[in-house]
Design a protein around this ligand. Structure first.
Ligand code: ADP
Length: 544
C-alpha cells in the first residue's frame, strides 16, 4: 500500500465557528430570549462572544476533558456554550430539563460535571438538585445582571464574560477528543451517555449538509424546535455554521401560536422537530387558514411522521416534508426521506406513501437488517429484521458504562438500534417499529406505526398511539389510545370501520380508548412506556 501525501489536519469544532465568522460574518442569528424580547446578532458577533466565554471558562479553571453542563432552551447563549466549551477541549454535557428527579441526579453525578450553566427558567430545578450534584463547583445563570435569579453563589453569564478578551487562538488537539455528551432518555434503566468527538461532530455536519442540501445556505433560515439540550438539535449548530444558515432560536415558547409568529416575523424558510410539535403548529395554521409566510420545508423526525400530517403540510400549505430517522447514538442522522427526480414525478398519493417511509441513508451511515440468529436479511423491502448501523458518527460504546457498551455492538462491530425495519433495494428504509413497541400477537408482529398511520386518516382524531395489552391466548393484542380533535366526536365504531378498510383483520385494535392527552416523554415524543404503565390494569373487552 502506498500512503497518500496529503495534510492531516484535525477536524475540530472550533474550525466551524472560525469559518462562519469569516465567510458568513454578516449572516444573522435570532433568538427569542427567556427574559423576553428578540435578540439578534451575526456569526461574527457570536464568534467574539464565544472567545470571551472560552477565555472566561479557562479563567474559571475549566480544563481540557472537564465536563461542563448546560440546562437551557434554544438560544444564543446556549449556542455560545456549545462552541466555547468544546473549543477549549472541554466537554459540553447538555442536560434534558424534562428528566425525572432520579435521572437529573444520575446524569450530573455520572458525568461529574464541574460547572453548570442554566437558563433562569430552570433556576428552580437547580435549587432542587444542587445538594445532590456533588461534583458541580460553579453555577452560572445564563442572563444579565438585571435578571439574576436569587440564588446564593450563582455567577452571572454576562458579568462573567464582560471583562474577558474577545480574541482567542483555539488550541489544537487530536480530532478524536471528546466534545459533547448527551444521555439517552433512559426508557429502560439509567440513561446512557453518548460521548461525541470533534471528528464525529464535524463529519456528521458534513453528512447532514450534503444530504439535506435544500435546507441550508446563506439565503435560508431554520427554526430548530429540536432542542439544543438533546442530540445537539440534530447537529444544526454545526451544520448552520458550515453553510452560513441563519438559526432562529425559539427559547421556551414552543406552542403552535408562538412558533407561527416567530416563523412569520423572522421569515423562517425551514423548521425541524418531532411530530408532536407539528400537531400544535398545524392547529394554528388551520385556525389562521394559512402557513407562516416563507416557510418552505419541515423536517420531521424522532418518531414516525403520520401520513395525514405529511399530506396536510404538502397539499394544503405547499410545505415540503422531509422525514428523518436517527437516534442519540447516531449523532443523530441515519436516513432522510427526500425523493429522487423520478419519484417526485409520481402522483401525490404515491409520493406521500414514499415520504411516510424513513428515507435513504445519509452518506456515512451503513445499514443492515438481521434475523434473530444475526444472519443478514436481503434488502428487498419484504424481509424485516433488527436494524444495525455502522459509521464514523455512531457510538462505539457508552460513557463509563461497560455493560451497556458490550451489549450495544454485535460481533462485527455494528450498533444495535433496537428498531425493526425493512430496506428496499434502492436504499429506502421503512421502520416497522421499535422492538419494544411491536405488538406480538399470535406469533405475528403488528406494527404500532402502521395502525397509528391508518387511524390518523380519520379527521376526528388529533393524535393516537397503539400499545400492546397482554392477552391470554394471543400474547398481546393492540389497543388504540386516541385524542379527539377539537370539536369532533368520532365514535369507536367509526374508527374501527375505517381501520377495517385499511388493515388485515388480525391487525385491528381490540379496543379504542379516548383520552384527553397522550403522555409526552423527555424528548417531546409520545411515550408509549408511560402509556403502557397507565393501562397496566386495563382488561381487553374479550379477554375476560
Ligand atoms: P430516546 O427516544 O430514547 O431519546 P432517541 O431520541 O435517540 O432516543 O430516539 C431514537 C428512536 O426514535 C429510534 O431508534 C426510533 O425508534 C425512533 N425514531 C426516530 N426517528 C424516527 C422516524 N422518523 N420514524 C420512526 N421512528 C423514529
Amino acid at each position: 500500500m502506498l500512503t497518500g501525501m496529503m495534510m492531516n489536519r484535525p477536524l475540530l469544532i472550533s474550525g466551524l465557528i472560525d469559518f462562519a465568522s469569516e465567510v458568513y460574518g454578516t449572516i444573522p442569528m435570532v433568538s427569542q430570549t427567556v427574559e423576553g424580547g428578540i435578540h439578534r446578532y451575526t456569526f461574527a458577533d457570536s464568534r467574539k462572544r464565544i472567545a470571551k466565554l472560552a477565555n472566561a471558562l479557562i479563567a474559571m479553571g475549566v480544563k481540557p476533558g472537564d465536563r461542563v453542563a448546560t440546562l437551557a432552551w434554544n438560544g444564543y447563549r446556549h449556542f455560545e456554550l456549545y462552541y466555547a466549551i468544546s473549543g477549549i477541549g472541554a466537554v459540553c454535557h447538555t442536560i434534558n430539563p424534562r428528566l425525572s428527579a432520579e435521572q437529573f441526579i444520575y446524569v450530573v453525578n455520572h458525568a461529574e460535571d464541574t460547572a453548570l450553566f442554566f437558563d433562569i427558567t430552570f433556576a428552580p430545578i437547580v435549587e432542587k438538585f444542587k445538594a445532590h450534584w456533588k461534583p458541580v463547583k460553579t453555577y452560572v445563570a445564563m442572563t444579565d445582571a438585571a435578571h439574576m435569579p436569587d440564588m446564593a453563589g450563582a455567577l452571572c453569564y454576562e458579568t462573567l464574560i464582560a471583562p474577558a478578551s474577545d480574541q482567542i487562538v483555539w488550541p489544537d488537539f487530536p480530532e478524536d477528543t471528546a466534545a459533547a455528551l448527551c444521555y439517552t432518555s433512559g426508557t429502560t434503566g439509567d440513561p446512557k451517555g453518548a460521548l461525541y468527538s470533534h471528528r464525529s461532530t464535524v463529519l456528521h455536519s458534513l453528512y447532514s449538509v450534503a444530504t439535506i442540501n435544500m435546507a441550508f445556505g446563506s439565503d435560508r433560515s431554520i427554526l430548530p424546535v429540536v432542542p439544543l439540550f438533546h442530540v445537539n438539535a440534530w447537529g444544526l449548530p454545526y451544520s448552520a455554521a458550515i453553510t452560513g444558515t441563519t438559526l432562529i432560536f425559539p427559547g421556551a415558547k414552543l406552542d403552535g401560536a408562538s412558533l407561527f409568529e416567530l416563523m412569520e416575523s423572522e421569515h423562517a424558510s425551514g423548521s425541524w422537530g418531532v411530530p408532536t410539535v407539528w400537531l400544535g403548529l398545524l392547529a394554528e395554521m388551520k385556525k389562521r387558514g394559512r402557513k407562516p409566510v416563507g416557510l418552505k420545508h419541515v423536517l420531521i423526525g424522532g418518531s414516525a411522521a403520520p401520513k395525514p400530517m405529511i399530506e396536510t403540510f404538502e397539499k394544503d400549505y405547499g410545505i415540503t416534508v422531509l422525514q428523518g430517522w436517527g437516534m442519540t447514538e447516531m449523532s443523530p442522522l441515519g436516513t432522510v426521506g427526500h425523493l429522487l427526480p423520478e419519484e417526485e414525478n409520481l402522483d401525490f398519493a404515491e409520493r406521500v406513501e414514499l415520504k411516510a417511509k424513513q428515507g435513504r441513508r445519509v452518506y456515512g451511515v451503513d445499514l443492515k437488517i438481521v434475523d434473530e440468529a444475526g444472519t443478514r436479511l436481503p434488502h428487498d423491502d419484504v424481509a424485516s429484521g433488527e436494524l444495525f448501523v455502522r459509521g464514523n458518527a455512531i457510538v462505539s460504546g457508552y460513557y463509563k458504562n461497560e455493560g451497556a457498551s458490550v451489549r450495544a455492538l454485535d460481533k462485527e462491530g455494528w450498533f444495535a438500534t433496537g428498531d425493526v425495519a425493512r430496506i428496499a433495494a434502492n436504499g429506502m428504509l421503512t421502520i416497522v417499529d421499535r422492538t419494544k413497541d411491536l405488538v406480538k400477537s399470535g406469533g405475528e408482529w403488528i406494527s404500532s406505526i402502521d395502525v397509528e398511520n391508518a387511524a390518523m386518516a380519520h379527521t376526528g382524531l388529533a393524535n393516537c398511539a397503539v400499545i400492546g395489552i397482554p392477552h391470554p391466548k394471543w400474547t398481546e393484542r393492540p389497543v388504540l389510545v386516541a385524542v379527539k380533535a377539537p370539536g369532533a366526536e368520532p365514535s369507536k365504531d367509526e374508527i374501527l370501520k375505517l381501520l377495517d378498510s385499511k388493515l388485515a383483520k388480525w391487525q385491528l385494535p381490540d379496543d379504542v380508548i379516548f383520552v384527553e392527552a397522550l403522555p409526552i416523554g423527555p424528548t417531546g415524543k409520545v411515550s408509549k412506556r408511560d402509556l403502557r404503565a397507565k393501562f397496566a390494569d386495563y382488561k381487553l373487552p374479550e379477554a375476560g
